[in-house]
Design a protein around this ligand. Structure first.
Ligand SMILES: Cc1cc2nc3c(=O)[nH]c(=O)nc-3n(C[C@H](O)[C@H](O)[C@H](O)COP(=O)(O)O)c2cc1C
Length: 366
């Protein structure tokens, strides 16, 4: 039997991966003043012992007001950088899994309660609430305090903040950056006509709506270590008439590729509470397939991929080059071990855990 594609090595830019299982970014809402702490060491530590090919640190804010919640991790100060350095030192001492970071500005979806508090907006003026910024002064949902539209200085400041966070990520030795251009956060707000109604060169035509996200990409690409990849996560559709579409996404991916983007992670939605997402196993895979058909960049599929054979089928049919897991690997951080056992494949594991393997499998090695 040939080796399953899931466990075939691959590459994103110069970054070599042992297998095609990617751990998607997952916000933990547990940072203090943007600084990681022991929770992040526990959380990232266990995921870095999972045998996956790649680990992505959660959405990390490039400015304090770009945090989705007061518990978001940030990379906007020396204190944030040294807190992250402490966590990474701990994780890296015991794992050689490549680790990247997702950089974000939450735009009009900033200043919210943590997910387990309900996720509602915390309006400016309330404790832990602050003014939010976006392309246009349009609230995400009715009854919310609308964001302030960004002017030229505001745009320049955010571009610089992305670049500065990328320089910090370089210094931290992170292996790649994923820019969050999805889920209704700032960059997606520029892309989608649902949230961008500007009349200057950053709004209107597709070319104009792509301008700011592309400027941010260029600033990050320029600031990050030149031998390490910068990638983008997109929402390939808003799931709404008149919103951002798969065709728009393909044009965006082409423009990103021309600027040196190394891979595309295909997610969806987040622009509007009116969206209706047909949720089911692999519900975003058709979007990944459409992007994959249109680009030579590595494409990462994500969204309710939980079954080993399904994961393998997504790769073997050519719908995507890698698969990403969020909830499934949070629930079962040994998902890659179990997938390897299912396919009769050997997988790297910490030496401290070697004795755990059932006799009938014996598929772990150091
Ligand atoms: C706890 C949790 C936190 C998440 N945080 C982020 C995040 O920081 N950035 C992001 O782009 N997506 C985030 N997501 C979305 C996931 O990365 C993923 O795209 C989504 O959950 C679908 O994949 P799944 O079905 O494997 O969970 C989060 C999802 C979960 C469950």
């Amino acid at each position: 039997m040939s080796r399953p594609l899931l466990f075939t090595p691959t590459q994103i830019g110069n970054l070599k991966l042992d297998n095609r299982i990617v751990i998607a970014p997952m916000a933990q809402y547990s940072a203090e003043d943007g600084q990681m702490n022991e929770w992040h060491l526990i959380h990232l530590g266990q995921l870095a012992s999972s045998g996956a090919g790649l680990l992505t640190i959660e959405a990390t804010a490039v400015t304090p007001d770009g945090r989705n919640t007061r518990g978001d991790v940030g990379l906007y100060s020396d204190d944030c950088e040294s807190a992250m350095a402490r966590v990474l030192r701990g994780v890296r001492r015991w794992s050689d899994m490549p680790i990247g970071i997702q950089l974000n500005h939450a735009g009009r979806k900033a200043s919210r309660q943590k997910s387990w508090e309900g996720g509602a907006q915390v309006p400016p003026g309330q404790p832990d609430g602050w003014t939010t910024y976006a392309p246009s002064p349009l609230a995400f949902t009715s009854g919310e305090t609308p964001p302030t539209a960004l002017d030229r200085d505001g745009l320049a400041a955010i571009r610089n903040a992305f670049a500065s966070a990328a320089r910090r990520a370089s210094r931290l030795g992170l292996d790649f950056i994923q820019i969050l251009g999805a889920h209704g956060y700032l960059l997606h707000e520029f892309l989608s006509p649902l949230s961008n109604q500007r009349t200057d060169e950053y709004g209107g035509s597709l070319e104009n709506r792509m301008r700011f996200p592309l400027e941010v990409f260029e600033a990050v690409r320029d600031a990050f270590a030149h031998d390490r990849p910068v990638t983008m996560r997109v929402s390939a559709t808003d799931w709404l008439e008149g919103g951002w579409s798969v065709e728009d996404t393909i044009a965006f991916v082409d423009a990103l590729q021309a600027r040196g983007c190394a891979a595309i992670n295909v997610s969806s939605g987040g622009s509007s509470p009116a969206q209706r997402i047909p949720i089911g196993p692999g519900y975003q895979v058709p979007l990944a397939r459409a992007v994959k058909h249109a680009t030579t960049l590595p494409v990462i599929a994500v969204g309710l991929i939980t079954d080993f054979e399904h994961a393998e089928a997504i790769l073997s049919t050519g719908d995507a080059d890698l698969i990403a897991l969020a909830r499934a690997v949070l629930y079962d951080p040994r998902w890659p071990w179990h997938a390897a056992a299912h396919f009769g494949i050997q997988i790297k594991a910490p030496k401290q855990y070697l004795r755990s393997q059932p006799n009938r499998l014996r598929n772990l090695f150091v």
